[in-house]
Design a binder for this molecule. Structure first.
Ligand code: 8YV
Length: 323
């Protein structure tokens, strides 16, 4: 029927995005919780007029789910830049368009990387603990000292949009920037950062290392004991990309030994849970995967996903098509 739902929003949305979704589409919302793939499938089967699904990076859409969804579903739009949770190859062979939301979360995520970098360097986790416990004693001039970031070298692994935004910020903090990327950037985008084609060649020069590579079979576990050992003694690791890039057992060992002085982590391998051994280490400054979590950015991500859906449902090509 004419007013049957055509769009399923499987992840809770911001108020502005939810309002736009119900205004522009016959939208079915799930504002209380993220639907699981099985729940999503059940809703779609019960509503044969649904042709589009909005998901987040918290909702995996693998080949068997796609097979069950096609041909009813024309587009799966994820409200995230990362899309390793979508089986794009399977979607392509089934004729399902998949889209992500690049650009709009670049600044928020780069801000989070700097927040974690500064927080790790300046021992914010310990300072917060002191303040939470009611701070009574005066600290001496040699107590609880952090590490200065000015004049230090930051290595960026993955110099895409977010890596470049982190580089811009780091320059504002008077840091020297190195980067490792599959290809070298043009001089205008490089802004004086030094290119390394090889991660291992860059690591010995990094006082700080910030991860901005996508999660893939090639990058899984790349930051392991060997790579951590190549960083200088006392280096600081920042991860706002994906927990899968890091071998967490190896990172925990390096944090305990002090070879890695501190880490700023927004992402973990076992999300939405995290290895509680990180909690016991005062030199780990952490957030629960909140890099893109500003009102402005989450609004923009959702609207961008809706824009991609509108394009595909009206027979146009989507701005952020992955296939
Ligand atoms: C979001 C993210 O927290 O964009 C990504 O890849 O991981 C984050 O922006 C998440 O995707 C929300 O779905």
């Amino acid at each position: 029927t004419a007013n049957a739902p055509r769009l399923l929003c499987a992840a809770p949305l911001t108020a502005a995005v939810a309002e736009r979704a119900v205004t522009e589409f016959d939208a079915l919302l799930s504002q209380e919780k993220q639907l699981t793939p099985a729940e999503m499938l059940a809703v779609v089967k019960a509503n044969p007029s649904i042709q589009a699904i909005l998901v987040s990076s918290r909702i995996p859409v693998k080949a068997e789910t796609l097979m069950a969804l096609a041909p009813q579903i024309k587009i799966i739009a994820t409200s995230s830049v990362g899309y390793e949770h979508l089986d794009v190859a399977a979607a392509t062979s089934l004729g399902v368009v998949t889209t992500n939301t690049p650009d709009v979360l670049t600044n928020a995520t780069a801000d989070m990387a700097m927040l974690l970098l500064l927080g790790a360097a300046r021992r914010m986790r310990e300072y917060l603990q002191v303040m939470d416990n009611g701070w009574r004693r005066r600290f001496g001039l040699g107590d609880l000292l952090g590490t200065e970031v000015s004049g230090k070298t930051l290595g960026i692994w993955g110099m895409g949009r977010i890596g470049q935004a982190v580089a811009r910020r780091a320059r504002g903090f008077d840091m020297k920037v190195l980067y490792c990327n599959r290809s070298r950037l043009s001089p205008e985008l490089e802004h004086g950062a030094t290119y390394f084609s090889d991660l291992e060649a860059m690591l010995p020069h990094c006082d700080f290392l910030s991860l901005h590579a996508p999660s893939s079979p090639e990058t899984t576990g790349a930051i392991n004991a060997d790579r951590l050992k190549q960083l200088p003694q006392g280096a600081i690791l920042v991860n706002t990309a994906r927990g899968q890039l890091v071998n967490e057992d190896d990172l925990l060992a390096a944090l305990k030994s002090g070879h890695i002085a501190a880490a700023g982590l927004d992402v973990f391998a076992a999300e939405p849970e995290y290895d509680l051994r990180f909690r016991a280490l005062p030199n780990v400054f952490m957030a629960p995967h909140m890099g893109s979590a500003t009102i402005e950015t989450r609004d923009a991500m959702g609207l961008r996903a809706l824009e991609n859906i509108a394009a595909v449902l009206s027979g146009r090509s989507a701005r952020d098509a992955l296939n």
